[in-house]
Design a protein around this ligand. Structure first.
Ligand SMILES: [Fe+2]
Length: 126
């Protein structure tokens, strides 16, 4: 199988604000403009997240990132430094906690448009 996810559009209220949030929080290079509508951020597995201003109510999506232990420390440090809410679970019942699923660490937080972000150090079932 050679099919790879290449890009997806992330509809947001403010593409600059959300793209900056993603790149700053995840420690990725600043987004690059693509055409007149998109700001693209590429992650390590070549997938590009194309941020686009939505002219309608943004439907909240879930984006999960597999990160190293070091990256987890860095990103989680930024979450705490900014005073963002975070949860150990997708139902948001364990606020202010992280999880240890699959022998790793995981945590959920939100972007400025309300997209539900997750960082994990082990893939599900890994
Ligand atoms: Fe998830």
């Amino acid at each position: 199988m050679t099919i790879k996810l290449n890009h997806t559009i992330v509809n947001v209220r403010d593409k600059r604000k959300s793209a900056d949030f993603f790149s700053e929080m995840l420690g990725l290079p600043k987004a690059k403009p693509f055409g007149s509508y998109f700001l693209g951020i590429q992650v390590a597995n070549e997938v590009t997240l194309d941020f686009c201003d939505a002219d309608y109510e943004v439907e909240k999506q879930h984006y999960a990132f597999l990160v190293s232990e070091k990256e987890f420390d860095e990103i989680f440090g930024r979450i705490k430094k900014r005073g963002l809410d975070y949860w150990a679970d997708p139902r948001k019942s364990q606020k202010g906690e992280i999880n240890h699923h699959d022998g790793g660490r995981g945590v959920y937080f939100e972007d400025p448009s309300g997209h539900f972000l997750e960082i994990i150090t082990r893939p599900y079932g890994g």
